[in-house]
Design a protein around this ligand. Structure first.
Ligand SMILES: Nc1nc2c(ncn2[C@@H]2O[C@H](COP(=O)(O)OP(=O)(O)OP(=O)(O)O)[C@@H](O)[C@H]2O)c(=O)[nH]1
Ligand SMILES: [Mg+2]
Length: 368
């Protein structure tokens, strides 16, 4: 029996099994066997076809990376050229861009790498065109910019769907699950929150994965798929912004109607922007990119000097004074005793310890 036949057989069994509390463990076991086989099959396919992101994947640079992804001719390269110093060829025919091209977006002192990818079509995840390679290059980015033409807004969902088929989860954080192999005592299930699945079911899922002695701690309420994903590590979590481009090609009235309809159907309308890459300045998009990358700019100053407002330190949100020191040089952390903070501190120039969590646009003076 081939792997595909085995998957089909299990899927049939799953469909036939009644769904109630009494069959929960059996259903979970079948689902887990299916995910395990699918992931093995995927691995085999990738190895056989030699799929690599060659030509599409670029080395990460700057403080964070985002990719432009979408159907052909929606204006990805035009956007790249407008957002960054790059020059990517643009033309009114499809598949103008054949390889990844990058540029650097400078915003609020941050250097954000923007990668322009070739256009992809529906079916990309199952191999249409070079879709699989392009999607796999997108996996490395911190943020996806899904670009579509305002006249064809449905293409946003098609692209989001293709990304999801290769295991890229958009705008969600991974459930917090910790799994640790142990040397004895079998499977131990611990949970800090109420679970829908029973402990027995959760333990059985681990056993299907051939885990005999292990401790699993759940900090979120999870389903079977999420436990499987955590064990197989086959999901990538990334932020996404949906960019509806070419608004200059429709009348004001058409634009307002289209925008209203798109936003009404959106799951996360706060991540939607409407632009004209050709005509507009793209301040709103730049600002959204910066905030969705969860970056913050921290300005530094020397004693009795004005702060350097040109070259801030770029930290991830939630970063501390210690992280700021490390960003300058690792030796700085050992030397620094505390910092004076202007901005988020209770009063100007408050002396705070290295553990203090900074906020965007704080000014700090490191004291030795
Ligand atoms: N009117 C108008 N045209 C645009 C806009 N953005 C891009 N275009 C045009 O649309 C065509 C395609 O733009 P590209 O930037 O090459 O599109 P792409 O998404 O990179 O296309 P591929 O590389 O083929 O996937 C070009 O003729 C652009 O000039 C826009 O905001 N308004
Ligand atoms: Mg292009």
């Amino acid at each position: 029996m081939t792997v595909i036949e085995r998957i089909e057989e299990l899927e049939e069994k799953l469909a036939k099994t009644p769904k109630n509390k009494g069959t929960e463990t059996d259903l979970a076991k079948i689902k887990t066997q299916i995910s395990l086989l699918k992931s093995q099959q995927e691995l085999r396919k990738t190895k056989k076809s030699g799929i690599s992101a060659y030509g599409y994947s670029l080395r990460k640079k700057g403080d964070a990376t985002c990719v432009l992804i979408g159907n052909p001719s929606v204006g990805k390269s035009t956007l790249l050229n407008k957002l960054t110093n790059a020059h990517s060829e643009t033309a009114d025919y499809e598949f103008t861009t054949l390889f990844a091209i990058q540029g650097m977006l400078k915003y609020e002192g941050a250097r954000i790498q923007v990668i322009d990818l070739p256009g992809i079509l529906e079916g990309a995840a199952s191999g249409t065109g070079r879709g699989k390679e392009v999607l796999s290059a997108a996996r490395n980015a911190n943020l996806m910019l899904i670009v579509c033409d305002i006249k064809k807004p449905q293409s946003r969902d098609i692209i989001a769907d293709e990304l999801s088929k290769v295991g890229i989860v958009l705008n969600k954080s991974p459930p917090e699950i910790s799994i640790r192999k142990t040397i004895k005592n079998g499977i131990i299930v611990k949970s800090t929150v109420k679970q829908k699945l029973t402990r027995k079911t959760i333990a059985e899922i681990l056993r299907v994965h051939k885990l005999v002695n292990a401790e699993i701690i759940l900090f979120d309420t999870v389903d079977v798929e999420q436990i499987n994903d955590a064990i197989l590590g086959n999901k990538t979590y990334a932020g996404a912004i949906s960019v509806f481009n070419k608004i200059d090609t429709v009348s004001m009235e058409e634009y307002l109607i289209a925008k209203k309809k798109i936003l009404e159907n959106a799951v996360d309308p706060e991540n939607y922007v409407f632009v004209s890459a050709q005509k507009e300045n793209l301040e709103e998009l730049k600002s959204l990119i910066f905030s969705r990358l969860n970056l913050m700019a921290i300005y530094t100053k020397k004693t009795n000097k004005k702060p350097d407002m040109e070259n801030p330190l770029i930290l991830k949100q939630g970063g501390t004074i210690l992280d700021a020191c490390m960003k300058i040089h690792k030796d700085f952390a050992a030397k620094t005793a505390f910092a004076k903070v202007w901005g988020s501190s209770r009063y100007e120039g408050q002396k705070l310890s290295l553990k203090y969590k900074l906020h965007h646009k704080d000014i700090i003076e490191l004291c030795f």
